[in-house]
Design a protein around this ligand. Structure first.
Ligand SMILES: Cc1cc2nc3c(=O)[nH]c(=O)nc-3n(C[C@H](O)[C@H](O)[C@H](O)COP(=O)(O)OP(=O)(O)OC[C@H]3O[C@@H](n4cnc5c(N)ncnc54)[C@H](O)[C@@H]3O)c2cc1C
Length: 117
């Protein structure tokens, strides 16, 4: 694990601790990406009345419908494919959510071809 970032105006190296052997070593690097994990905005979702899964992600069905009629969700915020977050999956679910929203407006008679009512 990284225990220290070394450098002056820019990153030059990191100090690494081998947690098994207790050994430390210096690794020269030119940059660092910090991975902090995922934390969904569960309180915000709940405040809207959205159902969330055990991890706080918005529950959706295969058409990206949430428990609130007319409200659709997509991307990293949803329960679907949890653990596999990619741009392509976010875009795919976004496309489905947009299509579902379009269908919803038609079903409710709020949209006719080319114009909103
Ligand atoms: C470090 C890192 C590296 C990654 N590398 C890759 C990769 O190589 N390939 C890949 O496919 N995927 C990668 N991903 C995952 C990918 O970035 C995400 O899966 C994708 O961006 C999710 O898209 P999204 O639209 O759901 O969310 P986001 O891209 O996070 O977009 C959400 C947007 O909502 C905005 N927002 C948040 N709260 C509010 C609010 N209250 N009001 C208004 N706007 C708000 C945010 O500012 C943000 O612009 C990486 C992710 C990280 C963090």
């Amino acid at each position: 694990m990284v225990t220290e970032i070394l450098g002056d105006d820019s990153v030059k190296a990191v100090k690494i601790l081998n947690k098994i052997t207790g050994e430390t070593r210096i690794l020269d690097v030119e940059g660092i990406f910090i991975e902090i994990g995922f934390e969904p905005a569960k309180e915000f979702f709940k405040s809207m009345g959205l159902e969330v899964d055990d991890y706080g992600y918005v529950k959706v069905d295969e058409w990206m419908r949430t428990n609130i009629p007319g409200l659709f969700a997509a991307g990293d915020a949803i329960s679907l494919w949890r653990g596999f977050r990619q741009i392509v999956t976010a875009a795919a679910t976004g496309a489905v959510a947009a299509y579902s929203a379009y269908q919803y407006l038609i079903e409710k008679g709020l949209y006719r071809s080319g114009s909103f009512k």
